[in-house]
Design a protein around this ligand. Structure first.
Ligand code: NAP
Ligand code: F7E
Length: 336
């Protein structure tokens, strides 16, 4: 039985990955914080069935990482812990750096010290591309524009690349945006599905958004964790872009969700004065400057040909199916 240590197991990706490894009969260890932002709801089903062993620790606390590695004795490490909110990284750059760079360095150095043969997955991101024009692939230059993107980029170059040069098995999964019913409520897709469902149920009148014109390449988190696992089953460590190859604006995403809910959404006005109106004439969306980024990544569209060729990975769930899935889950939660 293989042993896996997942940091960030309480997050969206960590919980889906734990579900996947459960079906593959792994012994699963998860690093958790005492002050988790999600009190184990996403992995409750695994805890109840005793399918995951939790180890308390923190990416900012070296002693806890050493202890977690000693307990788990992993064959595979999936480092998914992160300060993952781009907007918050502008407000809290030091914390972002401490978790996303310094924490990874402590974990990776200690992991290879304890077991030079361990396989290590690092959660890299399309935010590293920043202003680089699409399609972005493994050969594209990185031009990050946020503290989040910078922290992940530095980790990619100074930790992943450097340790691999020393002969260790460590991969960067350069994942483009991926969403699901388990997505944090602060990210735009979940914010939209949750608020539109609330509007449909008459719980709120409207909500606010920021930049509607940025383009993202959105996939389904359940598909993306499968790619992480495939990366660690290779003989040779490498980096892979994981994306759908299709890019949409935030506006198009909102329109798709509104259509599924039959809200009859139309837009009026421009810029900060733009509003979204339902077929009944109710204003449900307003624009607020607060939700704009100090610096935006305008256009992401990934080219995952290498993952398809080497890993045999292709996304299974379409964008529309994913948004419908998120809406259905939010309807269940909000009518419970
Ligand atoms: P998420 O839902 O925000 O989960 C983040 C996880 O990191 C949570 O389990 C959180 O634990 C944990 N964490 C945060 N700070 C920690 C600390 N100091 N010590 C230990 N654990 C800590 O993020 P996600 O969407 O699953 O993403 C997983 C990883 O992939 C992240 O590193 C993210 O940056 C990266 N990524 C995500 C995407 C995407 O589109 N989702 C794309 C590319 C890369 P708590 O429950 O204690 O808060
Ligand atoms: O924003 C725009 C916003 O916060 C997407 C993380 O998982 O993916 C994620 O980062 C876009 C941006 O995700 C609102 O300006 C408009 O252009 O959902 P998001 P993100 O910043 O792309 C990458 C790949 C990661 O690695 C990250 O960890 O939506 N936007 N209005 C808004 N965004 C938010 N959050 N809220 C709004 O009201």
């Amino acid at each position: 039985m293989k042993r896996a240590l997942i940091t960030g197991i309480t997050g969206q990706d960590g919980s889906y990955l734990a579900d996947l490894l459960e079906t593959k009969d792994y012994e699963i260890y998860g690093l958790v914080r005492r002050t988790s932002t999600d009190p184990f709801i996403r992995i409750n089903h695994l805890i109840k069935n005793d399918r995951v062993k939790l180890i308390y620790g923190n990416m900012r606390d070296k002693a806890t990482l050493i202890r977690a590695l000693e307990i788990a004795k992993p064959d595979e490490i999936y480092n998914l812990a992160g300060q993952s909110d781009v907007r918050i990284s502008f407000d809290c750059p030091d914390e972002t750096w401490a978790i996303n760079f310094e924490g990874v360095k402590m974990l990776a150095d200690e992991a290879f010290k304890q077991n030079p043969k361990v396989k290590f997955y690092q959660a890299s991101t399309s935010e590293m591309y920043g202003k680089t024009q699409p399609p972005q692939n493994e050969a594209s230059p990185f031009e990050p524009v946020s503290p989040y993107g910078e922290s992940k980029h530095k980790t990619h170059t100074d930790i992943v690349k450097a340790l691999r040069e020393k002969g260790h098995f460590i991969c960067s999964g350069i994942l483009f945006n991926h969403e699901s019913p388990r997505r944090g409520e602060n990210f735009v897709t979940r914010k939209v599905t949750q608020n539109l469902v609330k509007i449909k149920l008459g719980m709120i009148e409207g909500f606010e958004l920021g930049n509607l014109e940025a383009r993202r390449d959105w996939g389904f988190a359940g598909d993306y964790v499968n790619a992480m696992w495939r990366m660690l089953q290779q003989e040779v460590a490498d980096d892979f872009v994981i994306a759908t190859g299709v890019s949409r604006t935030i506006r198009e995403m909102v329109e798709m969700a509104s259509e599924i809910l039959d809200l009859g959404l139309t837009w009026q006005g421009e810029g900060l004065d733009e509003i979204g109106i339902t077929k009944d004439g109710k204003i449900i969306i307003r624009i607020n400057k607060y939700f704009y980024r100090p610096n935006e990544v305008d256009y992401l569209r990934g080219d995952a040909s290498k993952a398809k060729e080497v890993l045999g990975w292709v996304p299974q769930v379409s964008f529309k199916e994913m948004i419908a899935m998120m809406i259905e889950a939010d309807q269940k939660i909000l009518t419970r």
